[in-house]
Structure formats: structure tokens, C-alpha cells
Design a protein around this ligand. Structure first.
Ligand SMILES: Cc1ncc(COP(=O)(O)O)c(C=O)c1O
Length: 402
């Protein structure tokens, strides 16, 4: 029977456990005893299916992998300890010293640091595309040494939306894979493989887990790529997802479809409110009809998720004063949870880029990022309104004494 998104998000991959249980069992074990030496040899050689060692396989993690592969319409998936571990494992698999990649410069700060600092140490060159809206800008950076194209769409925090089908066509014409970071939309809202992409990475730490309780990452793609990673880098690098974290992510998937609907509707209400507020210079939320990426968003996404950024009229200090005035919206460097979060990229997530690179990536001193959660729309707007109209430190009902 052909199953749809929510049915797959709730059931896929949960099979073969004895005794069976409503909740996927947590196999909190590093190794798996063999029946006899013959079986050990057969499992190790791949002749017989089975588990060997927790660094590269685990039954609970495996359920999460199967479920994510199914949701991303991919042949296979491999879960990792974090989103950064996923990007590193993928890059390690595809690259040798002397190779190059071509990447949009509108990427999460950690990804930027891995590419700019980590890759340099390993002899890999990154060709940045500073105008990622232009296909020519991408094409002009590709050389015979380019091993993949990398794009984050929508991007964190500038909300750039790539033309994924056009980039996929370009990648195919050069016989290289297109890698898409699908963290912000999740497969509930965008399936990049259906748009022509080859490999998908996620920080499952965000919307997929959904409540800020565990780090996680995943790579989805063809069996050849993914199982290649499991047989190589996964074994000797060790960026493994813990079974308990896989269980938390599986539970997150069960409500992902519903949560994303509410994230989208709350975010749209907040974006419309911000767009009409006199203290706000501009709002980056592609769900708004006025946004330059709105048409692209409608073509390839089912909804716009809940990450947005906006430019406050004023300075760095005005931005931080607004953040300190919010009552229940939490100031943290995170996104994609039930709880709404405010972040100041210039002083936190993107500060390592330095001022020049930040400007190039559209991150200004008064840019504020919101990850809109699942609270009541009216309360969200009330908190933001009081912060904009009466800035100043609020007595927060925090859990920690200062
Ligand atoms: C789009 C995107 N990709 C990757 C990452 C890295 O994920 P993690 O924090 O799970 O390592 C993040 C983190 O914020 C992100 O926003």
C-alpha cells in the first residue's frame, strides 16, 4: 500500500522486534553476540544481515535511518551524532586533498567554519558563490577538481531559497552530486531528491527532534553513497548517533507533520505583524508575498517553516535591547523547537565569520533571527509587540537564579 507522509513518519522502519512494542525499543548496547563463529563470519562479510558493532550499526538507529530515507524518498540513510558530523562524514567520503567544492555562502556558521577552516587544513578548497541566486555564478566556480555543489535552502539565517531543480541540472551536466541541507524545511515541507538533488543532509537536532533534547544528523541518498560511508568513514571516524538520541528523533518524527503545519501558520502571523511594524526595516520570510524568494518557495516547498530574520531599525545595541525585553520567547542559539527562540547572529552563531564575511552573507549588526514555535499566536505577537514598543530588560521567569 502506498503510504503518505504522516503514516510513514509514524510507522516506517518499526519491524522485526521480538517482542514487539508500541514504542520502538532502545537497544542500548555496543555489541551483539553471535550464535556461533560461522554466523559471526557471515555477518561480518555481509553475507547474512545482522549487527556487529555500535559505531556503525544499531537496531534503534536503524529504524530512524529507514524512516528518514523513506520520508526523503531516498534509497538509504545514515544517522550521525550531529548535523555537523553529517556534513563532515559526507565531505570526508567525497573528497581527497587537492579537491574543490562549490558552495553557497549563505550557510549556517558552523558549516561555514568547517568549509573555510577545516577543509583548508585538509587541503580542500572551497569556491564560495556569493550570489547564489545566479546559476552563472555557480557554473563559473566549477572546475575539473569540483567534487560536489553544496546549498542550504532555505538558509540559516538569511532565508535564501535556491532554485534546486536548476542547480541539480547543472550538477548533473558536470557529473557531480548536488548536496542540499534540508534542515530548515524537513521532508514535511520539501523533498529535494524529488527536485533532482543527490544527497540530503540534516541537523535533526532542530525540527525533526523538535524539543531541544538531543543532537543528531542524517545523510540521505543513494545506497551507493550512503552504504559507502557506513563501510568507510563511519567505521574509523566514529560520528555515530547514540541509540537514545535515535529514539528521541523517532518520537519527534511521529508529530513532525502536525508540528510543521503549526510552525508555518504561527510564523506567517508573526512575519505579517513584523512587516507592518514601524520599528522594523525589513523581514526575511519567504512566506510573505513581498519576499523576492516567494515564487521559488511556492514552486518547491509545501510551506515556509518558521525560521525568519528581520532587520530592526537601529544599531547592534537596539537589537540586543529588543532581545533582552522579550518575556517568554527564549534567547538561545537554537531553532526548530516547540518553544519560540530569538537569536542575534552577529554576536553568536555567525560571530566567528568576522565582520566582512558576515556582511557578504547578509548578516548585519541589527539582524534578529526568530525560530517561531508552537505557542499561541496571540501570545507570540503580544510578546514581540511589547519588546518592540517598550524595550528594556524584563524580569524573566527563568529557571536559574542570577
Ligand atoms: C542549516 C543547519 N545545518 C547544520 C547545522 C549543524 O547542526 P548541529 O548543530 O546538529 O551540528 C545547523 C545548526 O544550527 C543548521 O542550522
Amino acid at each position: 500500500m502506498k503510504k503518505h507522509f504522516n503514516t510513514k513518519a509514524i510507522h516506517e522502519g518499526h519491524e522485526g522486534f521480538d517482542p514487539d512494542s508500541m514504542s520502538v525499543p532502545i537497544y542500548q548496547s555496543v555489541a551483539y553476540p553471535y550464535f556461533d563463529a560461522k554466523e559471526a563470519a557471515a555477518i561480518f562479510s555481509g553475507e547474512k544481515p545482522g549487527y556487529t558493532y555500535g559505531r556503525w550499526d544499531n537496531p534503534t538507529v536503524n529504524v530512524f535511518e529507514k524512516r528518514m530515507a523513506s520520508l526523503e524518498n531516498a534509497e538509504s540513510a545514515i544517522a550521525t551524532a550531529s548535523g555537523m558530523a553529517a556534513i563532515f562524514l559526507l565531505a570526508h567520503h567525497l573528497l581527497e586533498s587537492g579537491d574543490e567544492i562549490v558552495s553557497s555562502n549563505r550557510v549556517y556558521g558552523g558549516t561555514f567554519s568547517l568549509f573555510a577552516v577545516g577543509f583548508k587544513k585538509m587541503g580542500v578548497k572551497v569556491k564560495w558563490v556569493t550570489e547564489p541566486e545566479s546559476l552563472n555564478a555557480w557554473e563559473s566556480q566549477i572546475t575539473k577538481n569540483t567534487k560536489f555543489l553544496f546549498v542550504e535552502s532555505p538558509s540559516n539565517p538569511s532565508l535564501f531559497i535556491a532554485d534546486i531543480p536548476a542547480l541539480a541540472k547543472l550538477a548533473k551536466s558536470k557529473k557531480i552530486p548536488l548536496v542540499v541541507d534540508n534542515t530548515i524545511t524537513t521532508p514535511a515541507l520539501q523533498v529535494p531528491i524529488d527536485l533532482g538533488a543527490d544527497l540530503i543532509v540534516h541537523s535533526t537536532t532542530k525540527y525533526i527532534c523538535g524539543n531541544a533534547s538531543s543532537l543528531g544528523g542524517i545523510i540521505c541518498g543513494s545506497k551507493q553513497y550512503v552504504e559507502g560511508m557506513r563501510k568507510s568513514g563511519m567505521r574509523y571516524l566514529g560520528p555515530t548517533m547514540a541509540p537514545f538520541n535515535a529514539w528521541l528523533n523517532i518520537n519527534g518524527l511521529e508529530t513532525l507533520g502536525l508540528r510543521m503545519e503549526r510552525h508555518c501558520s504561527n510564523a506567517m502571523a508573526v512575519a505579517k505583524f513584523l512587516e507592518n511594524h514601524p520599528r522594523v526595516a525589513s523581514v526575511n520570510y519567504p512566506g510573505l508575498v513581498s519576499n523576492p524568494y516567494h515564487k521559488m518557495m511556492e514552486k518547491q516547498m509545501k510551506g515556509c517553516s518558521s525560521l525568519m530574520s528581520f532587520e530592526l531599525k537601529g544599531t547592534y545595541d537596539d537589537a540586543t535591547a529588543f532581545i533582552d525585553s522579550l518575556e517568554f520567547i527564549i534567547h538561545a542559539t537554537h531553532l526548530g523547537t516547540c518553544k519560540s527562540i530569538v537569536t542575534h547572529p552577529a554576536s553568536t552563531t555567525h560571530s566567528a565569520m568576522g565582520e566582512v564575511e558576515m556582511r557578504k552573507a547578509g548578516i548585519t549588526p541589527s539582524l534578529i533571527r526568530f525560530s517561531i514555535g508552537l505557542e499561541d499566536e496571540a501570545d507570540l505577537i503580544a510578546d514581540i509587540k511589547q519588546g518592540l514598543e517598550h524595550p528594556g530588560k524584563r524580569e524573566k521567569k527563568t529557571r536559574v537564579k542570577s
